[in-house]
Design a binder for this molecule. Structure first.
Ligand code: UFG
Length: 378
């Protein structure tokens, strides 16, 4: 029933990062390595590239054989392979990103989404438990709030039914991880609800590399800017927002990555009071070594909403030329406005987002213009 203790320095703490070759995962590896943590990446490369990890080494000054960053190409559904990862590494905590993430595709392929995201997480947690690793940070999403009851959205804003299987997997997994704690109070769980991650590392070496035509606004705008796509479709200009286009809380991926490191330190009892633990009647209690036990839930956003047109204009400033756009009908399932209250993450994790929209677009442009085909040509 024990749990690995996080009451130690980063240099002797080993973090398993599932999905560590992906967009948010690779940026989180950089921030962990910068802080001195040891990192083991598990990624099946189904929507990511091994080149991203070479770039992570380049950014952090690690040689190819430096043991501080290890990589296993495997899917989290593969129990045998995962078991080997835990046998070969003294893992202390997990940051769990691995999962399918395309909203539209999830409607077409619900079975694949539930299987990969939900069953995969069950396998991961069950293997982790065998090795007494019960510290987990989970990559959740603001999508769990559905049509939010109020804005800015606080963590106590009620969850609503998701409008697609992708969102449902996030919501279900929040539930699963919460129940793990309810059943065994040794678990130490953090659910991070991301708003809209964009941007790239300032080096221009890692960034978002979507397959095919992007679904999300920022990668679409970036590909118009670089000449790969002709024109941005703006989905609706008749929302009850200042300029009529949808408003979102865009957050720089490096800020988001740092939020994960802060969550890890919070789990280890190194920051915060622990008052943020507890949902409803579930109250966490700290362990004897001062590390936390419970379920901590945090929004990670900037607290500032930007419209689709704000984003297009910020990107025009970044790339130095005008971008073609055209108003299109609303996209089904979109809400008018969505931005976070981030007071809880600030007060407990000691974390605040530092970068503004102009910086997000400047970094995104640096990545896009120097890697127009993502990692493919590398
Ligand atoms: N938009 C356009 N044109 C595009 C793409 C998007 O106008 O080509 C608009 C959307 O209508 C919305 C805004 O840009 O107003 C942002 O859209 P994104 O698709 O970039 O992001 P979403 O807010 O829809 O989705 C994000 C994440 C999901 C998550 C969801 C809910 O991508 O993973 O937030 O929190 F589920």
């Amino acid at each position: 029933m024990a749990n690995k203790s996080l009451a130690k320095v980063p240099e002797s703490t080993c973090v398993l990062v599932t999905g560590g070759a992906g967009f948010i995962g690779s940026h989180t590896c950089v921030e962990l390595l910068n802080k001195g943590y040891r990192v083991v990446v598990v990624d099946d490369l189904s929507n990511s590239s091994k080149v991203a990890l070479d770039r992570v080494r380049q950014i952090t000054g690690l040689s190819a054989d430096d043991a501080r960053l290890a990589f296993y190409e495997c899917n989290i559904l593969d129990r045998e392979a995962l078991t080997r990862v835990f046998q070969e590494n003294e893992i202390d905590a997990i940051i769990h990103f691995a999962g399918f993430k395309a909203v539209g595709e999830s409607v077409q392929k619900p079975l694949e989404y539930y299987w990969n995201n939900v069953a995969g997480t069950l396998v991961l947690c069950s293997v982790a438990r065998e090795f007494d690793v019960k510290n987990i940070v989970f990559s959740s999403s603001a999508t769990v709030y559905g049509e939010p009851d109020f804005i800015p959205i606080t963590e106590s804003c009620p969850k609503h039914e998701a409008t697609n299987p992708y969102g449902e997997t996030k919501s279900m997994l929040e539930r699963v991880l919460t129940d793990l704690y309810k059943g065994d109070n040794e678990w130490n769980v953090v659910l991070l609800r991301y708003f809209n991650p964009i941007g790239a590392h300032e080096s221009g070496l890692i960034g978002e590399d979507p397959k095919g035509i992007p679904n999300n606004l920022l990668p679409y705008v970036a590909q118009v800017a670089v000449g790969k796509l002709a024109c941005v479709g703006v989905f609706g200009d008749d929302y009850p927002t200042p300029d009529g286009t949808g408003v979102r809380d865009y957050i720089h991926v490096v800020d988001l990555a740092r939020g994960h490191v802060a969550a890890l330190e919070w789990m280890g009892g190194k920051v915060g009071t622990g008052e943020a633990i507890g949902i409803g009647s579930i109250k966490g209690t700290p362990a004897e070594d001062g590390t936390r036990r419970g379920v901590g839930i945090f929004n990670l956003g900037t607290g500032k909403g930007s419209s689709v047109l704000d984003v297009i204009h910020a990107f025009e400033r970044a790339c130095g030329h005008e971008l073609a756009y055209e108003i299109k009908p609303r996209r089904a399932g979109d809400v008018a406005e969505n931005y976070a209250a981030c007071d809880k993450a600030r007060d407990e994790l000691g974390w605040v987002a530092e970068y503004d929209l102009d910086r997000m677009c400047a970094d995104s442009w640096r990545w896009q213009s120097t890697n127009p085909n993502g990692y493919a040509a590398s």
